[in-house]
Design a protein. Structure first.
Ligand SMILES: [Zn+2]
Length: 130
């Protein structure tokens, strides 16, 4: 669900950007002296001009909404993964026990070198130093 939201959010600004650029480039063309005369003389040109203005505005909004979705998705994703990240505990040479960084209980590193704290269930990774 969350990954799908991010994927959708990533596609929206790309589509939005393309639509915006097509609209923007054509609106620029229609705003030249020749374009203004063309719109004055042809109602079809005037309709196209309005359509490109819509594309410019709609594409811009689509790109912005997509970017907001991506940002929201990434923030949510980060919050989600930070809970499951392993807590590193540094054990110096000759040390047999370390303190759990979350609840402070003693962990026997000869048996608890990899895995969870028996008290608070926090995933622990013991890093040996020295
Ligand atoms: Zn603990």
């Amino acid at each position: 669900m969350r990954a799908g939201l991010i994927a959708q959010g990533a596609v929206l600004p790309i589509i939005g950007w393309f639509v915006f650029m097509i609209g923007y480039n054509n609106v620029q063309d229609y705003q030249t002296t020749l374009g203004v005369i063309g719109r004055y003389l042809s109602s079809e040109a005037q309709q196209k001009y309005q359509m490109y203005q819509l594309m410019e505005a709609g594409g811009g909004i689509l790109a912005l909404v997509g970017l907001v979705l991506v940002a929201a998705g990434l923030v949510g994703h980060e919050k989600h993964t930070s809970k499951t990240v392993k807590r590193r505990v540094i054990a110096r040479g000759g040390q047999r026990a370390v303190r759990c960084p979350v609840c402070g209980c003693a962990l026997d590193i000869t048996t608890q070198s990899e895995g969870k704290c028996p008290e608070c269930k926090t995933p622990i990774e013991v890093v040996y130093e020295g």
